[in-house]
Design a protein around this ligand. Structure first.
Ligand SMILES: Cc1cc2nc3c(=O)[nH]c(=O)nc-3n(C[C@H](O)[C@H](O)[C@H](O)COP(=O)(O)OP(=O)(O)OC[C@H]3O[C@@H](n4cnc5c(N)ncnc54)[C@H](O)[C@@H]3O)c2cc1C
Length: 277
């Protein structure tokens, strides 16, 4: 059986010895890609490549968003491609951080997939895919909140222990101001993510709210992690202290699931009704 897509965020509990299936979402047509498909009787023939696919290296299947018609309103179809049954090539990408997950380039070379593997309505996947992005953006935002919170905790502990100029550095006003700003950023980011999550729970769309959460939380993580390094002084750039790793991880957050700039465009479009892209 195939694990539902939701399990990408929430892996199922396995029986001993059982291995769960891992999937990747290949959102080819929402980012630049060369994935095309042609309907041929009972099968789709799919060729193309897509970079930056999370979980790609150890995926068992892909949910591939393919353009299947020229309909400008949609024309996108989700097709499930099984790695063993249909075959696709994977090349891992070496990253500076976010290494708890693989990121890969996927190559599809005239892959034959039964039409029965079409998910949902043919040519009608755009709305479903965009709704998925709202949730995945809030998910990345919550990762950023967790990262920023850990950076804050590390900074508070260090500031209470390190002494300079006759007192612990937490007692210096400029360090205290930095800690206050960091804590406020973490809480504001968390509240924005919770607001988006409450809308999901209520079954409502949250495009702007998820974009605000992703934008703010990811930029907050970068700022807070950087300030945590600063509070550690020279120690902050050594591998002996966690904050250097947190700073490397934080810098990735504003990129996947739509960059900070793309979130800003989504927010502004919701405010003005004028689309910038
Ligand atoms: C760790 C990681 C995991 C990922 N996982 C997946 C995945 O599972 N599936 C998937 O499909 N993709 C995935 N991605 C891809 C990710 O969504 C893209 O990297 C991201 O959307 C940016 O696209 P790009 O890299 O092509 O950058 P570009 O689009 O080339 O952007 C370069 C710069 O230009 C800015 N820019 C671009 N367009 C505009 C505009 N219109 N206005 C203003 N500024 C603009 C961007 O904000 C950025 O600063 C992942 C990326 C990373 C780093």
């Amino acid at each position: 059986s195939i694990t539902p897509c939701r399990s990408l965020l929430d892996p199922p509990t396995n029986q001993p010895g059982e291995r769960s299936k891992h999937g990747s979402i290949l959102s080819g047509n929402l980012c630049p890609s060369r994935v095309n498909s042609q309907r041929k009787s009972t099968h789709w023939i799919i060729s193309g490549e897509k970079t930056w696919i999370s979980n790609g290296a150890y995926s068992d299947f892909l949910i591939c968003l393919c353009r299947t018609s020229d309909d400008p309103r949609d024309g996108l179809t989700q097709i499930l491609i099984d790695r063993r049954e249909h075959g696709y090539e994977v090349r891992g990408i070496d990253k500076i951080a976010f290494n708890s997950q693989s990121t890969a380039q996927i190559f599809l070379d005239d892959v034959r997939v039964p039409v029965a593997n079409t998910i949902g309505e043919e040519g009608g996947a755009l709305k479903r895919t965009l709704a998925h992005f709202e949730k995945s953006r809030a998910f990345v935002a919550m990762q950023a909140v967790g990262l920023a919170r850990r950076a804050l905790e590390e900074a508070v502990a260090y500031a209470k222990g390190r002494r300079q100029h006759g007192k612990v550095i937490a007692g210096h006003q400029l360090i205290a101001a930095m800690l206050a700003e960091m804590a406020t950023q973490v809480d504001a980011a968390r509240l924005l993510v919770h607001r988006a999550a409450q809308l999901f729970d209520a079954g409502e769309r949250a495009e702007m709210e998820a974009a605000m959460a992703k934008y703010f939380a990811c930029e907050a993580a970068v700022t807070v992690a950087r300030q945590a390094v600063q509070i550690h002084g020279g120690n902050g750039v050594t591998r002996d202290f966690l904050v250097e790793k947190l700073a490397r991880e934080a810098i990735v957050c504003p990129i996947p699931e739509g960059t900070t700039q793309i979130q800003q465009l989504i927010i502004a479009r919701a405010l003005t009704g004028v689309a910038a892209f």
